[in-house]
Design a protein around this ligand. Structure first.
Ligand code: ADP
Length: 276
């Protein structure tokens, strides 16, 4: 099937010496989908996201967005892709000594001469946009506060606002709630859901918590040893699949005691073989 809309990954591979962090990953993600990438630590989730954003270069394979190749671009085209493809990190990456509004405004750097940012002389329309983004996530009241005075959940919502004012088409979130307590994790996931639904943004989100992955995502992509071994709706992620995906960590991510798979029961994980 020829899909020109959305994100297409073709045979993406990233090798570090003999280790294949990501191994021949091909996926098609229609625009507007909220996709969760799951799998145990070291499965290759972060490396995959970083290649999409071009923070890391693939050893092999291609990334396409709306039919145009993203891999191999440089200069203006690469800057344009990074603007269209916003990234959110586990550690928020805010400037602690700056206030919330100016942190959000940093998302406008691609549109504004650097001197304006250095002098904090942002155009009025940029300020309006930043305040509107903060308002969207119920954060406008915190606009004058220093970023390092906020809770982790609030800081992550500021990071989401900074991503929003980039006016991106796709948002990549690398373990965005891993350092948050459950209440703040929910607030941040609600915020990602809101930007997905309200603005129609494609969201690709690495998640450790399966509860959150099931609750928020339209589709789950399970990775093991660099490969995609599960790709389906959350309802298809049974405990047995989870056990195969997470091995010894399964009990922890399922959040309940699970029993071992009896010998001789066939693989419930999708057809792709797992190897290193
Ligand atoms: P995940 O995000 O699922 O925890 P990662 O993408 O961080 O997994 O890592 C996948 C694999 O690639 C791991 O084996 C990791 O040790 C390896 N890896 C990641 N980054 C590097 C690097 N810069 N150099 C060498 N190996 C790396």
């Amino acid at each position: 099937m020829l899909v020109s809309e959305g994100l297409v990954l073709e045979g993406l591979t990233k090798a570090y010496g003999k280790t294949r962090a990501v191994h021949d990953v091909s996926l098609t993600i229609p625009a507007g989908q909220f996709v969760g990438v799951i799998g145990r630590s070291g499965a290759g989730k972060s490396t995959l996201l970083r290649m999409i954003n071009r923070l890391g270069e693939p050893t092999q394979g291609r990334v396409l967005w709306h039919g145009a190749e993203v891999t191999g671009t440089s200069g203006r085209k690469l800057r344009d892709w990074r603007r269209r493809c916003a990234m959110i990190f586990q550690q928020f990456n805010l400037v602690g000594r700056l206030d919330v509004l100016n942190n959000v405004l940093l998302g406008r750097l691609a549109y504004t001469p650097f001197w304006r940012a250095a002098l904090k002389a942002w155009p009025l329309e940029d300020r309006s946009l930043a305040l509107a983004a903060l308002d969207q996530l119920d954060m406008a009241i915190l606009a004058p506060r220093r970023a390092d005075n906020l809770s982790g959940g609030q800081q992550q919502r500021v990071a989401i606002c900074r991503a929003l004012v980039q006016e991106p088409e796709i948002v990549l979130a690398d373990e965005p709630v891993a350092s948050l307590d459950p209440r703040n994790a929910k607030i941040v996931m609600d915020a990602l859901q809101r930007i997905n639904r309200h603005f129609g943004l494609t969201v690709l989100c690495n998640l450790h918590s399966l509860d959150l992955a099931r609750t928020y995502c339209d589709r789950l992509v399970g990775m093991a040893a660099g490969r995609v071994v599960f790709d389906d709706v959350p309802a298809a992620l049974t405990d047995r699949v989870t056990r195969e995906l997470y091995g010894m960590e399964a009990n922890e991510v399922i959040g309940a005691e699970v029993t071992a798979i009896p010998d001789g029961v066939g693989s419930a994980v999708a057809s792709v073989p797992v190897d290193a």
